[in-house]
Structures are given as C-alpha cells and as structure tokens.
Design a protein. Structure first.
Length: 260
C-alpha cells in the first residue's frame, strides 16, 4: 500500500528545458494530498538551495529529504535525521581536489560555501542550474553533509575511491554529488517513513538521475521521468517511465494510474 509520494526536484518537478515547474505538477501534488497521501521532496539540494527556488511552493510538502538523504526535515523544518562526513575523509577529499584542481562546494545544512577555488567547470554547471554561487572560504572543521564537486563529465574518481569510502553520483552537467558512505536518498526516505510509522516500501517516487536509483528500485512504485537530461539507464531499471514535467508527465501518470 502506498502512503507517501516523493519527488526529486531538478529534471523532475523542475523541467531541464524550461527551468520551470508546470502547474500540472502542482495540480498532481495537491491532488495527492487531497487523497490523503503524504508528499515529500527527495533531492540532492540542501535546505539553502531548496529555499532559493522561488517558484517552489514548499507548503505543499509534508517533509524534505535533502542533500541526497544526508538530512531530513519535517514540514516545520525540524531536523529528524542528519549524517556528516568523518573529518579525516574531508581532508582526503580536499587534498585530492588540490591535486586535480577540482572545485568543492560544501553543504553544512546551515550554509553553503566553496572550500577552495572556482574552476571553469562551475560556469558550465551554472548554465544548467542558473543559480548564484555561494561565498569562497576555507573549511574550519564544521560538519559537512554533502559535497558538490565540479569537474569534466568523464572524470574518473577511482583514485579517490581507493583512499576513502564515499558515495559519488554524476549530475546532468559538469558536477558530481559526493556523500558519506552508505548514504542515499533511500536512507533518508527510510528514516522519514519510520518517523511517520509507515512501512519501509510504502511509497512511490519520481526521479530522473542516477542518484534516484536506490529509491526508485526500493519503492512500491518507482517512476523515472523522461527529462531531456535524464538517465536512460534509470529509465530501463524503473517500474514505470513518465514524460517530462513540461509535457505534464507526472500529472498524467498519476491520473492514468488512478491516484488522482
């Protein structure tokens, strides 16, 4: 039985071509809430980036699984789950980035900052995300939940993975999500489902990228969104595939499946 529905943001609710959230997506979320389902966001963004999306109506959602599952907030923005990197792992990542001239954006849950310098791949990534950059400053030992690493899209992280145990997922552009070992959107979802008193798999989810794979495979119904920059491999692995947001894919899928 499905009791909650989770939505990725970029490439799922926000269409990568129009960079907007269509009214049909909001109509779908409102319809689910009227039917008694819990609705939640599951994204690689942290709270600062989430709140920077002016057109995102956060009041429609009951919870937020953020930074690829390393922290979870309820609708009142009370943190109910959080996980950070060990300090020695962060130092190894910083040393690796120094050698590879890789920009690292640290997410702490309270603020974002670039921990070293801005390379050429940041500009390329921002052609997709279209968001202002956070300040540049040195890391001073605070807890970090997720790192955005900016490098060429075919970059090989094998050398880093020989030194540290972390999760690395490619983004649709010249950036990568790096998270503590064992973390994923699914882990955050499981923490939230337990908090709500629901079964671990009593959820449906929508996503478009490889960082959505775990939650899509574990959901009672996992739906891959056919965004222009979406992962073809994820679409093959998902239970269902729906059209892109700008084509009203989420709303039409839910309506066809009898949820609206």
């Amino acid at each position: 039985m499905i009791r909650a529905v989770f939505f990725d943001i970029d490439g799922t609710l926000i269409d990568s071509v129009t960079h907007t959230i269509p009214e049909s997506a909001y109509k779908a979320v409102r319809g689910l809430k009227e039917k008694g389902y819990k609705t939640a966001i599951a994204t690689g963004r942290d709270l600062t980036n989430l709140c920077s999306i002016k057109e995102l109506n956060r009041d429609l959602f009951d919870a937020f699984v953020l930074s690829n599952g390393t922290c979870v907030f309820d609708s009142s923005y009370e943190c109910i789950f959080k996980e950070t990197f060990p300090e020695e792992v962060l130092r190894e990542i910083l040393a690796f980035a120094e050698k590879e001239h890789m920009t690292l954006l640290f997410e702490t849950g309270k603020e974002n900052f670039i921990a070293n310098w801005v390379n050429e791949y940041v500009d390329t990534a921002n052609e997709y995300y279209k968001e202002p950059l956070p300040p540049v400053r040195k890391w001073t030992g605070e807890g970090v939940m997720k790192i955005d690493a900016f490098q060429r899209m075919d970059f090989d992280f094998a050398e880093l993975l020989e030194k540290v145990d972390v999760e690395i997922d490619p983004c649709p552009t010249t950036s990568f999500d790096i998270a503590p070992a064992g973390t994923s959107k699914l882990k955050g979802i499981h923490a939230l489902m337990e908090h709500w008193g629901f079964g671990a798999d009593e959820f449906m989810c929508f996503g478009d990228q490889e960082n959505d794979r775990e939650m899509i495979l574990a959901a009672e119904k996992g739906v891959a969104v056919k965004d222009d920059k979406g992962s073809p491999e994820l679409q093959k692995a998902a239970d269902f595939v729906c059209e892109a947001s700008r084509k009203d894919g989420i709303y039409l899928f839910l309506k066809e499946q009898g949820y609206l």
